[in-house]
Design a protein. Sequence first.
Length: 130
Amino acid sequence: MNELTRASASGLLQTLHADIQAPAPYSEDVYLLTTLVAGTSHVFGIEELEPFLKPGDRLELTRMPENPSDPNAIKIFTRDRVKLGYVPRRDNPILARLMDAGKLLYARLRAKQWQEDWLRLEIDVYLTDD
C-alpha cells in the first residue's frame, strides 16, 4: 500500500468509528412488577393530594426495616417526599432484598381511581442502574 492509500484508509476508519458508542449494560430500567399502593386510606390529606397525582409520575421507594409489623416494609413517596403508602406485604420480600443489596428501585404511577372513599393507586416497579 502506498502512503496515500494508508492515510486514506486510516482517516476513513477514524471517521467511521468516531460516533460509535457501545451501549451501557442495562442502560434501560428493568420492569419488575405491577402492584397497588397499600394504606392510602390512612394517608392524611389524600383527597387534596389526589388531583396532583398523574399517571407516569415517578415515585420514590424507601426501605423501612425497622417497621415492627413488617421488616420487609417499603414506603412509597411522591418526588416531593409526600407519603402515599406502602408496597403490599405480599410483593415486598424480593424487592426488599434487592434494595438491601444496594439496588435502586423506583415506581411509576400506572393508574388511579377512587373506589368509594379509597384511592386505588396502581404502580409499576422498576430496577434502575443509575
